[in-house]
Unconditional design. Structure first.
Length: 193
């Protein structure tokens, strides 16, 4: 399924760009996305947030250059203390969209080129915004480093985690020693039989 296809209904219809009627020039589109937006996507890792999207849409002869600036905050879970917190989001991402049969005339060779059917007159950028936002999230998220409101990791949880780590280290025995013990026990059992 082509996620760039124009939508005829639903809240994501607001993300349609009817490029057919646009001049070959740079156009700007602004969107505010919130929790309702993320609910439109199944299994979204983001459920809550407010983001401002500024899209620079450059209509060229036979392709479009899209530059997204996305800024705001999302609610997420800390990988260290498991508390929920608001993480700052601020990134820029580009995409190239062209008709299926068009030859690539863009100089941006490194960018993936997205295609749309030749008879399209509009595209919908909702899924693209969703995808680049999710991909922009860091692998490890941490209150103390990423929080927008100065929240720090939950000290109570950190204390418990530290305590558990220490006792784990004390309990762990050398695996070679454990293997030897097993061997010794087996040997003993065999002799008794
Ligand atoms: Zn934390």
């Amino acid at each position: 399924m082509n996620h760039l296809l124009e939508r005829n209904s639903g809240t994501l219809k607001a993300f349609n760009i009817p490029f057919m009627g646009l001049k070959k020039d740079v156009h700007h589109f602004q969107y505010i996305i919130d929790s309702n937006f993320f609910q439109e996507f199944e299994n979204s890792p983001i459920e809550e947030g407010v983001l401002e999207v500024d899209l620079e849409f450059n209509k060229k002869h036979n392709f479009f250059e899209l530059n997204f600036q996305i800024e705001g905050k999302i609610r997420t879970q800390c990988d260290r203390c498991s508390d929920d917190f608001y993480m700052a989001i601020d990134f820029e991402e580009e995409a190239i969209v062209q008709m299926q049969n068009a030859e690539n005339t863009s100089d941006e060779k490194e960018l993936d080129i997205l295609t749309i059917p030749n008879d399209s007159t509009a595209i919908n950028v909702a899924h693209l915004i969703y995808e680049i936002t999710v991909l922009s999230l860091p692998i490890r998220k941490n209150c103390s480093e990423d929080s927008v409101d100065g929240k720090k990791c939950n000290p109570k949880v950190l204390k418990i985690l530290n305590r558990n780590n220490q006792s784990k280290e004390e309990e762990t025995t050398d695996p070679r020693w454990e293997a030897l013990l097993k061997f010794k026990n087996n040997h003993k059992n065999n002799n008794n039989n």
